[in-house]
Design a protein around this ligand. Sequence first.
Ligand SMILES: N[C@@H](CCC[C@H](N)C(=O)O)C(=O)O
Length: 265
Amino acid sequence: MSYRFLKGHGTENDFVVLPDPDGTVHGGADGEMSAERVRALCDRRAGIGGDGVLRAVRRGDGWFMDYRNADGSVSEMCGNGIRVFARYLHEHEGEPFPMRIQTRDGVKVLDRAGDELTADMGRPQVLGETSVSVMGRSWPAVHVSMGNPHAVAFVDNLAEAGPLLEPPEHDDAVYPEGVNVEFVVRRGEHHVAMRVHERGSGETRSCGTGACAVAVATALADGAPRGTVYRVDLPGGTLRVEWTEDDRVLMTGPAVLVAEGTTDL
Ligand SMILES: N[C@@H](CCC[C@H](N)C(=O)O)C(=O)O
């Protein structure tokens, strides 16, 4: 059976978008999309290729973003993905801005910021200190939840974590469901750069929730007042993150749709 897809990215964190308004195209008997289909779509050689899948399902009078990592696993939230999802809903489903999108981490509000989009990512949770290791080398890390789990490690040099071919080691008691790991260096005042190893997708060119976790951990380390905007550089582009007076994290960045077609994958 062939079905419609779109391809998009936010700072080169790329996604296959699957329109499935009534949940019948990709939902099995339990309404869930199979991990096998997600892996086939995200395969960069035999499939369309992507760091994850964004399935658009109607729920009530709005839309639910059913996000899956490239390995088929579920995550609560995807920050770059939700901007791409909003772009899709606006351009192809006629949804106006500001727009409310349902996720596994609750409702998120998306709005325009010039050519870019801003996502209100909600309240961060700073959950203490932990550590991560790669190839026998360890770094202290800050445990931040953006709905999904992150470990933020400050390093002297982004190359010091090596090629990140495997998930960094972490404390399973702290992260029983796995973790997204960010390595961060400072670039200037309110300006950092990072690399990320994503749970379920490997090293990616960008991670929106990761950039938010990094901005929160850096603002705490800096003692920066709420409302400070951090520039976060990633291999795939730049995001801007503000932790507001009322304890919300606003993330702004690009969201681009690059292709549309049908597939029988
Ligand atoms: N790339 C995403 C995060 C996707 C989910 C993550 N891999 C997880 O398993 O929590 C982003 O832009 O936030």
